[in-house]
Ligand binder design. Structure first.
Ligand code: GLN
Length: 280
């Protein structure tokens, strides 16, 4: 019997029934294979799917069944309404990271400014800021050459040319330049956190997730180094875990920052902390 859309979806949903998003995942994967949207699946549910496509779909479903993140299987994740290309070399952008972007925009005027995004991964944060502040010159860094290649590809695809990409560790590649704003979503999960062996996190690059014993190794480095790379009055903004706000605040204070403040995400978790360097 030739496979039709409806039956392929039912079978795949069954196969993925251990996942809360089984039906949706099956639909998204079939859309990817057919190059169609979800409305098409609904309208043409009786349509026969070519053998080669149904085999491709089954392969993707079985990878999803074994835990592979949907974003890696379809190669895209939306962030700040931008469709970003992602691979297993980059962290999958999370909705809560949009708070980092929102907080940064409050400090970035619409006229000229310069900002640095440290550990850019897929380029999500830098590209969102570029979209909102076309006159902001942005340096986006990552230690991973493969991640940078993904970010550069995203910038090219979106026609963004206000971002310079540099390979290197945290503030090392900012040289002696002075920025109006530095922001980062660094790795911040403690090495022994059980979440690292659950869900999508199992497949994401560990260097984008693991932040040492208490999760704050990268944050400390950035906080200690950033004052050398900020203009007077410049801001440092960091994303962090729900229970790390107070520790990040302490470190910012020790490093001489003022006007320190923590913001929560929509789930009510402390998520972003900012501090101003040599404020007025
Ligand atoms: N927000 C991610 C998570 O908890 C972690 C991202 C990070 O370490 N920067 O799944």
């Amino acid at each position: 019997m030739k496979p039709i859309i409806k039956h392929l979806l039912d079978k795949a949903t069954n196969r993925l029934s251990h996942l809360p998003s089984a039906r949706r995942d099956a639909e998204v994967l079939l859309c990817k294979v057919l190059g169609a949207d979800r409305a098409y699946l609904c309208a043409r549910s009786e349509e026969i799917v070519a053998e080669v496509q149904s085999r491709h779909f089954e392969r993707l479903v079985s990878e999803r069944a074994s835990g592979w993140p949907l974003a890696y299987l379809i190669g895209v994740r939306e962030f700040w309404s931008i469709a970003l290309y992602v691979t297993a070399d980059t962290l999958i952008p999370r909705p809560e990271t949009e708070h980092l972007v929102e907080t940064a925009l409050r400090h970035l005027p619409s006229d000229q400014s310069c900002a640095a995004d440290l550990g850019t991964g897929s380029g999500a944060v830098a590209l969102a800021i570029a979209q909102e502040r076309p006159r902001c010159q942005i340096v986006a860094t990552d230690i991973s050459r493969k991640a940078l290649a993904v970010a550069e590809r995203n910038a090219r695809r979106l026609g963004v040319n206000q971002i310079t990409f540099r390979q290197g560790d945290w503030c090392d590649v900012l040289a002696d330049e002075a920025y109006d704003l530095i922001l980062s979503n660094p790795p911040y999960i403690p090495d022994n956190d059980p979440h690292l062996s659950q869900g999508d996190l199992r497949f994401e690059p560990p260097e984008a997730l693991r932040g040492g014993l208490d999760g704050l190794a990268a944050a400390r480095r950035i906080i200690d180094e950033a004052p050398n790379c900020l203009n007077a009055g410049g801001w440092l903004l960091l994303e962090h875990g729900y229970d790390q706000g107070a520790l990040v605040q302490d470190r910012l204070r020790q490093s001489g920052f003022d006007s320190i403040r923590t913001y929560s995400d929509y789930a009510g978790h402390e998520r972003v902390t900012e501090g101003q360097h040599g404020g007025p």
